[in-house]
Write a protein that binds this ligand. Structure first.
Ligand code: ADP
Length: 319
């Protein structure tokens, strides 16, 4: 193996830069040449390849977002759109590829490995933390800390006025960010896409909470479960209380990665290069019980994460 390439793809998350840095420096330390690919799978179409060395990743460890940039490029999911790109990619003399992204990006990476015969390794990076094969994905810890900081601030004002706050956090298909934010902030209710909910029961519990002496009610709502404003509108029909809405939005994605995400990204970046050098392919590297493991890039039957159920039970006891 002489030359590898690295790209970031899909939704950006804090720590992607730290992962790119680790891949590039880990590869350079092993005498490999490295090409960066800008703007994810779209960069393949436009041949956005450029040489990288240890210096090119200086000063990016602590920066949010991705310096390689990212792009959503749904056409890559169509075989007829992928096939014409193969020759230009192979002409770059790339012997291995590292794709940093979420499960969508891993499906694209799997196609490159199997259809183009280019050994490919994935590094999980998404604020959703919904990837089987790793306890944590890069960027989740940063997003969680941002959400917790925001909710703590909202809670202060909610308590002062005795208000109900419906706070929407990111997570279209995954409730991980919502449930962990709820646990960290002592939320009264957490609504996630994986579990059904009943607005009447929620209102009954909130009323009971006020009767027991609670000074506020915080609802954390994953965007995939419902919109916070919809929930607030529904609750206003049932409860005669002041209800406010806050949507945390993209603030959760940005900002400097936490120490945890920097270390995770550094470990997984180095591990990805080691996998390629060890002849492994079509795998992702992940952290399981504190150790790094390689698992198939695309799982046969992705399942809802077991830890999610445990978090839901905790929240129901601790709220
Ligand atoms: P994430 O990687 O964060 O889950 P997306 O789901 O948007 O983000 O996927 C990122 C990119 O991966 C897509 O824009 C597309 O280029 C590529 N991709 C997604 N799904 C597939 C698929 N089934 N086959 C090939 N490429 C895919």
């Amino acid at each position: 193996m002489k030359r590898i390439a690295v790209m970031t793809s899909g939704g950006d998350s804090a720590g992607m830069n730290a992962a790119v840095r680790a891949v590039v420096r880990g590869a350079c330390a092993q005498g490999l040449e490295v090409l960066g690919i800008r703007e994810g799978f779209m960069g393949l179409v436009h041949e956005h390849f450029f040489p990288m060395d240890a210096n090119s990743v200086g000063g990016i460890l602590h920066r949010g977002g991705t310096e390689l940039r990212t792009f959503r490029y749904p056409d890559f999911a169509k075989p007829e759109c992928r096939q014409p790109l193969r020759e230009a990619f192979l002409a770059q003399g790339i012997d291995g590829l590292v794709v940093i992204g979420g499960d969508g990006s891993f499906r694209g990476a799997h196609c490159i490995d199997t259809e183009w015969n280019v050994p490919t390794v994935g590094i999980p990076a998404t604020i959703d933390n919904d990837i089987e094969g790793t306890d944590f994905s890069i960027g989740f810890d940063t997003a969680l800390n941002i959400a917790v900081d925001c909710v703590d601030k909202i809670r202060d004002t909610a308590t002062s006025h005795g208000r109900i706050f419906c706070i929407e956090v990111m997570g279209r298909a995954s409730g991980m960010l919502a449930i962990t934010t709820g646990l960290c902030c002592g939320a009264e209710e957490v609504l996630i896409p994986e579990h059904p909910f009943d607005i009447n029961e929620i209102c009954t519990r909130i009323d009971a909470g006020y009767d027991r002496g609670k000074k506020h009610a915080i609802l954390i709502i994953a965007e995939g479960a419902a919109s916070a404003s919809e929930i607030a509108t529904g609750m206003r029909l049932i409860l005669d209380r002041e209800i406010r809405v806050a949507v945390l939005g993209h603030i959760q994605r940005g900002g400097e990665p936490t120490a945890f995400d920097r270390i995770l990204a550094s470990r997984l970046g180095i591990a990805a290069v080691q996998q390629l050098l060890g002849g492994k392919r079509d795998v992702m590297v992940g952290l399981i019980g504190g150790e790094i493991f390689a698992t198939p890039l695309v799982k046969e039957s992705p399942s809802v994460r077991v830890i999610l159920g445990e978090y839901v039970k905790l929240q129901q006891i601790l709220h």
